[in-house]
Design a protein around this ligand. Structure first.
Ligand code: HEM
Length: 494
């Protein structure tokens, strides 16, 4: 037995040396960055998280474009508006692919969908989904009607609390989920329903998982982490919710299939079923029932948590900055009055309210580090060559806090979106939905929900902190969307 130990140690030493040399060779072809440790890369200095503030701070040492190693995977991080814009907008086609991490692959299996797919399948699914959502209601009154209905429900639910401290998040999540469910399934849910609760918990848990240390560890060491799934609370929870959500949506599809008839589609599922029928026999078609399930799951997960979190930040800032809340209400009262039916077009006549919503999204920067992209060909960014297949992380937060783009980046300041006469002005560095070829597919839907729900709530209530509470934690919790810590506020009828 004894001679075995030196042999084993020798093999380990050879393996470590081989890995080290391989990483050093790869590093020469990538933008510079901190030296990675064997096996864990830079995870220790990152505290196992891709935190937007940490990534921005590192730019002062390594420049706006640098490489980090998550385990043995290199990721090129982009900071500042110019670098982020170059990748997302100017060279959009060069960075159109999506890398798929180990944690995601184990969750979603082999389905393509939109969010995590690339190439032909992504193009087909994205184009079809965009067109279908548009046909079903975007830009028409159907979507707005469903949002207004949810706004009335929210107002009623808040009013029933009689100004007592409430956590608004579960109410907001329920309303947003119902708007999305109406588009996808053709009906909303009763919020007291167990199925509905599963829907809320599912989209929330999936959103939260991505920001955790577990997700980073899973991606760095998939072979070690996968067998540990059953004992790791967070991964297990995400998995359980993923399966529940999948079963729930599969059931919705099955219900549609039972009484599906060709003709005018009632919702997204009907439209997709018709598309599967239409493309039968076409060898280039990616419209399958497996893909339908995946696309619907993604629309739900990508849309529900993000939109809820955006609205949650908006209410939080309104209690934090009561003078701004008053100014919004003054504009709503003067321009709309109490009985006007609020619609998306109204944002054009409500420049201050519109600016507050934009500033909320800039200041909270809930997309934080965006979603990873991958280069489709040999290319470059900010003059640095990058080969095909490199993973890119655009730090959207860094564009939203770029001192060259914003007058007071670290201050909540709606004037960032107003000219000197109080007219609304858009800003190129405003990127909550990202930009370019992979820009958020639900941008219009999210903007419509945010505007109608926010304006309706602020017209109906004055929001304030419960008595004795001095302030609210404004730090975000990292996830698919960076959410505020749970908080309580009072909704006082106006
Ligand atoms: C405030 C709400 C929302 C925010 C901040 C947001 C943000 C984002 C961001 C940053 C991306 C990544 C884009 C990129 O890869 O560069 C994205 C992608 C996506 N979003 Fe949203 N989103 C929101 C709401 C929605 C809604 C309501 C839906 C649909 C119901 C949706 C569906 C999607 C889909 C399908 C993608 C993947 C697009 C692709 O890979 O081609 N999102 N979103």
């Amino acid at each position: 037995m004894e001679p075995l130990l030196p042999v084993l140690l020798g093999l380990v030493a050879v393996f470590v040396a081989w890995t080290f040399l391989k990483v050093q060779k790869a590093r020469r072809q990538l933008p510079p960055g901190p030296a990675p440790l064997p096996f864990i890369g830079n995870l220790l200095m990152l505290r196992f998280q891709l935190h937007h503030e940490t990534l921005l701070k590192m730019a002062s040492t390594y420049g706006n474009v640098y490489t980090l190693w998550v385990g043995h995977t290199p990721i090129v991080v982009l900071n500042g508006y110019q670098a982020v814009k170059e990748v997302l907008v100017t060279r959009s086609e060069d960075f159109a692919e999506r890398p798929i991490t180990s944690s995601l692959r184990d969750l979603i299996g082999n389905a393509d969908g939109i969010l995590f797919s690339s190439g032909h399948s992504w193009k087909q699914q994205r184009r079809f989904s965009l067109m279908t959502l548009r046909n079903l209601g975007l830009g028409k009154t159907i979507l707005e009607d469903s949002i207004r209905q949810e706004a009335s429900g929210l107002i009623e639910a808040f009013a029933q609390e009689n100004g007592k401290p409430i956590d608004p998040n579960s109410f907001l999540h329920a309303s947003i989920n119902n708007v999305i469910a109406s588009m996808l399934f053709g009906h909303s849910f009763c919020t007291k329903d167990d199925v509905f609760q599963d829907l809320v918990d599912g989209s929330k848990a999936m959103g939260e998982f991505n920001g955790t240390v577990w997700a980073r560890l899973y991606d760095a060491f998939p072979r070690i982490m996968k067998p540990l799934q059953p004992i790791l609370q967070r991964t297990l929870l995400a998995l359980i919710h993923w399966r529940k959500l999948k079963a729930l949506i599969a059931n919705e599809i099955w219900e549609h299939q039972k009484n599906w008839m060709p003709g005018e589609p009632r919702d997204f599922i009907d439209s997709y079923l018709a598309q599967v029928e239409k493309c039968k026999g076409d060898p280039t078609s990616t419209f399958t029932e497996t893909n339908m399930l995946q696309v619907i799951m993604e629309l739900f997960i990508a849309g529900s948590d993000t939109s809820t979190v955006a609205l949650s930040w908006a209410l939080l800032y309104m209690v934090e900055f009561p003078e701004i809340q008053e100014q919004v209400q003054k504009e709503l009262d003067t321009v709309l009055g109490p009985s006007h039916v609020i619609c998306y077009e109204d944002q054009k006549i409500l420049p201050f309210t519109n600016a507050v919503l934009h500033e909320t999204q800039r200041f909270s920067s809930l997309s934080a580090v965006g979603v990873m992209h991958k280069s489709t060909r040999d290319t470059s960014v900010m003059g640095m060559p990058l080969s095909k297949g490199v993973i890119i992380l655009p730090n959207i937060f860094s564009a939203h806090y770029d001192p060259e783009q914003w007058e007071t980046p670290r201050k909540f300041n709606p004037s960032h979106f107003l000219d000197k006469d109080g007219n609304f002005v858009n800003k190129n560095a405003f990127l909550p939905f990202s930009a370019g070829i992979r820009v958020c597919l639900g941008e219009k839907m999210a903007r419509t929900m945010l505007f109608i729900l926010f304006s309706s709530l602020l017209r109906a209530f004055r929001f304030q902190l419960p008595e004795g509470v001095k302030g609210i934690n404004r730090e975000g919790i990292l996830g698919h969307a960076m959410s505020p810590h749970p908080y309580k506020i009072c909704a006082i009828p106006r």
